[in-house]
Design a binder for this molecule. Structure first.
Ligand code: FAD
Ligand code: NAP
Ligand code: MG
Length: 454
């Protein structure tokens, strides 16, 4: 049996780790090949300074930016088979910057031979399925050697992420806006916006985090324009929320409450598309960002073609640990240790989750939904159990912390459900922490004082 994996971000790496853990337990594992179009693993966490196209003319996958710190407590995403304590050898704070989380993701997989399974600089271009052989043929493009070739697989795991291809709505008059306009996907840090008047369109995590970062680094004013509902945080002076932009007139944006303001720059924080250019239309997910994509049994197995698996396609409260739960489940389905029920049963199960999703009213309900979903997966495999219900409480505290102080919630310390260790206070308050490098993050206070003095 041969298994193909598309993408070596946290989800694809979770799939490799799931098989590795079975192998360590003495199980004979199938042949696995993972294709990653970037030159390194880590997906979103593999920072690139580039925007637009990469060195081979491939669309840039990365949407992360400089000075990005985790937006949820690390205790909510901790791998249950590889703790932060194990990786760093001491407690660290609850909200580490990107490079530190990248190091942690990498640390778990580095100890195995996973790298040997991954073909870097290789993009999946097209997938077809042969009904007679019941196999997928994948057309691959080895960008570094400018060579295309095909490979055949019995199962295909799509772990290509869904926060990369921008959703770019049009606003009347925006074509005449004289300042810079970009999508959050192309944002690489606050530096160009210092001293300027910035408009962010969108009412979710990107708008919030880019807005707060720009405020922190000295953008003159940040205006957040929402479509459905305001985020409603107690914004500091210099930040404000407005309802949706109706149109632009030159450098002036008009809002639906009749007010207007002049801006230097616009960033569309309007979310991302589920985008699968390498899949024929019958295999594509067409939903927007939601907790339960409707074609997936247990959120993982493509119901019309169960040899096709999707990882990480949900909107995410839980991240790395949920990808693990999914990957372990997918592994057991592919190895036959979990038998799939008949399609009618699977349809019923999907309908049950979709009805639950429809009943969601509050962010706390979101958390409970994804906790129950992940719980079901963890219970069905040998992924090391962890106290998911306690993690759900952490998420709810986190939501509360943000309500209390959107600029300071990252200074809070949480306790790990994996090790019982309480996070260490960071040496610098988040609002004062301008250097997001791992070196600075891990340096101790004394060292830091010396650095400042010299
Ligand atoms: P990705 O990380 O997107 O990885 C997908 C991989 O597939 C990429 O490496 C890509 O190059 C590859 N790929 C895509 N198409 C192809 C192809 N055709 N052929 C070959 N390879 C392909 N989560 C958190 O837990 N905490 C955070 O603080 C946080 N911050 C975030 C900030 C931003 C700006 C964004 C956009 C997301 C953030 N996330 C955060 C969520 C993040 O998406 C997940 O943490 C995680 O990266 C998802 O993993 P993934 O493997 O599913 O997808
Ligand atoms: P998102 O959560 O899917 O939100 C998309 C937003 O765009 C919604 O507010 C939506 O408004 C709005 N929108 C869509 N179409 C619009 C239109 N035509 N006009 C106006 N508004 C429109 O996407 P996201 O905020 O980019 O977040 C994506 C992921 O990145 C999340 O997982 C998040 O956690 C992660 N992230 C993390 C950090 C970090 O700090 N580490 C930073 C940024 C992002 P409606 O509500 O009206 O639909
Ligand atoms: Mg279990």
């Amino acid at each position: 049996m041969r298994i193909g994996i598309i993408g070596a971000g946290p989800s694809g790496l979770a799939q490799l780790r799931a098989f590795e853990s079975a192998q360590r337990a003495g199980v004979n594992i199938p042949e696995i090949v993972c294709f990653e179009k970037q030159s390194n693993w880590g997906g979103m966490w593999n920072y690139t300074w580039r925007t637009g196209l990469d060195e081979f003319g491939e669309p840039i996958h990365g949407s992360m930016y400089r000075y990005l710190w985790s937006n949820g407590p690390k205790e909510c995403l901790e791998f249950s088979d590889y703790s932060f304590d194990e990786h760093f050898g001491r407690p660290i704070s609850s909200y580490p910057p990107r490079e530190v989380l990248f190091d942690y993701i990498q640390g778990r997989i580095e100890k195995s031979n996973a790298r040997d399974f991954i073909r870097f600089n290789t993009a999946a271009r097209w997938v077809s399925f042969d009904e007679d052989t019941q196999q997928f043929t994948v057309v691959l493009d080895d960008r570094a050697n400018d060579r295309t070739y095909t490979e055949v697989f019995d199962y295909l795991v799509v772990a290509s992420g869904h926060f990369s291809v921008p959703n770019m709505p049009h606003f009347k008059g925006i074509e005449d806006f004289p300042g810079t306009i970009k999508h959050a996907h192309d944002f690489r840090g606050a530096d160009p916006y210092i001293g300027r008047d910035l408009l962010l369109i969108g009412g979710s995590y990107s708008a919030e985090d880019i807005g707060v970062q720009c405020h922190k680094y000295g953008t003159k004013s940040v205006t957040l324009s929402y479509r459905s509902q305001p985020m409603g945080f107690d914004w500091p002076k210099g930040m404000e929320e407005k309802p949706l932009v109706t149109h632009f007139e030159g450098d002036v944006a008009h809002f639906s409450d009749g007010t207007s303001k002049r801006f230097d720059d616009v960033i569309l924080c309007t979310g991302y598309q589920h985008n699968f250019p390498f899949l024929p239309s019958e295999y594509r997910l067409e939903n927007n960002n939601c907790l339960y994509p409707d074609k997936l049994y247990k959120g993982v197995v493509f119901n019309e073609q169960p040899r096709l698996i999707f990882l990480g396609m949900q909107d995410q409260y839980f991240t790395f640990n949920m990808f693990d739960a999914q990957a372990w489940f997918a592994r057991d389905v592919m190895m036959g240790t979990i038998a799939l029920p008949e399609k009618a049963e699977r349809d019923k199960d999907i309908a049950k989750w979709l009805a639950k999703q429809d009943a969601i009213e509050t962010p706390n309900d979101d958390v409970d939904f994804q906790t129950a979903y992940t719980r079901e997966l963890v219970d069905s495999t040998d992924y090391p159990d962890f106290n998911l219900e306690k993690v759900a409480e952490l998420f709810k505290s986190w939501l509360q912390d943000k309500e209390e102080d959107i600029l300071r919630y990252r200074d809070k310390c949480y306790t790990s459900v994996v090790t019982g260790t309480k996070a260490a206070e960071h040496h610098t308050e988040w609002m004062a922490a301008l250097d997001d490098s791992m070196e600075c993050y891990l340096s101790d206070e004394e060292e830091l004082k010396k650095q400042k003095a010299s």
